[in-house]
Design a protein around this ligand. Structure first.
Ligand SMILES: Nc1ncnc2c1ncn2[C@@H]1O[C@H](COP(=O)(O)OP(=O)(O)O)[C@@H](O)[C@H]1O
Ligand SMILES: [Mg+2]
Length: 226
């Protein structure tokens, strides 16, 4: 359901062309949780942005849910980003003047749909924060904020979840909680997920582990496999 073939992406820098992705190919099956590792600067964020329809300056083929992203018009691409993809970043990017619940409802406000408070409350309960619904982000810990961000990313029931170092700003204990939650939510919802992370714990929790290094992607066999 994600099918990438010969994907290349270069960035223009002061020192000339920086070839970040050098013709990578891979596919991800529906419902898979895939961990993406690689040193800082390897192009993990670049790849997630391309998969999420945020970056079109690439060469090669990127097909998600049977659609070639390069062939989508601006409007279709916007709909793809808003309805089919959920994003979680390293920083939770919660809006400080809103409660946790209102933050989960943000996609509804942006999409112009009536806010479904019950759905948002259910999601907050699922990430263990039902009793914090009225709290502003300033009263939540880093780990709690990331759990709200995860609930928000799932609010519109996306088919693809893209997480860019979602535990990168958390202490080990909160990172472990968020990883366990991410894994359980992926299993329950059968969402397809690509999670860029340096955490071996995410690599282990994932169905597959892909590693990006020097522009090349390779599959890391699961531990215990031959
Ligand atoms: N818009 C941009 N313009 C120029 N260089 C960029 C841009 N975005 C990313 N880069 C460079 O591309 C490389 C890959 O970046 P990134 O995808 O953010 O890597 P990662 O997420 O693995 O750390 C880095 O060297 C980064 O500096
Ligand atoms: Mg990055």
């Amino acid at each position: 359901m994600i099918c990438v073939e010969g994907l290349s992406r270069s960035h223009r820098t002061d020192d000339g062309e920086l070839r970040v992705l050098r013709g990578i190919s891979f596919s991800v099956a529906e419902g898979e949780l895939v961990a993406l590792s690689g040193p800082s600067g390897a192009g993990k964020s670049t790849l997630l942005h391309i998969l999420g329809g945020l970056d079109r300056g690439y060469a090669g083929k990127v097909e998600v849910f049977g659609r070639d992203l390069a062939r989508l018009g601006e409007k279709e691409l916007g709909a793809y980003r808003n309805r089919e993809v959920g994003f979680v970043f390293q920083a939770s990017h919660l809006v400080s003047g809103l409660s946790a619940l209102e933050n989960v409802l943000l996609p509804a406000y942006f999409g112009g749909a009536p806010p479904e408070r019950t759905r948002a409350m259910d999601l907050l309960a699922r990430v263990g924060l039902a009793e914090r619904a009225a709290h502003p982000p300033s009263r939540l810990s880093g780990g709690e904020k990331q759990r709200v961000a995860l609930a928000r990313a799932l609010y519109h029931a996306p088919r693809l979840l893209l997480a860019d170092e979602p535990t990168g700003a958390l202490d080990p204990e909160n990172a472990r909680k968020v990883i366990a939650l991410l894994r359980d939510l992926c299993r329950e919802t059968r969402i397809t997920a690509v999670v860029a992370s340096h955490e071996p714990e995410i690599w282990r929790a994932a169905d597959r582990h892909l590693r990006l290094e020097e522009g090349v992607l390779r599959e890391i066999p699961a531990e215990g496999a031959a």
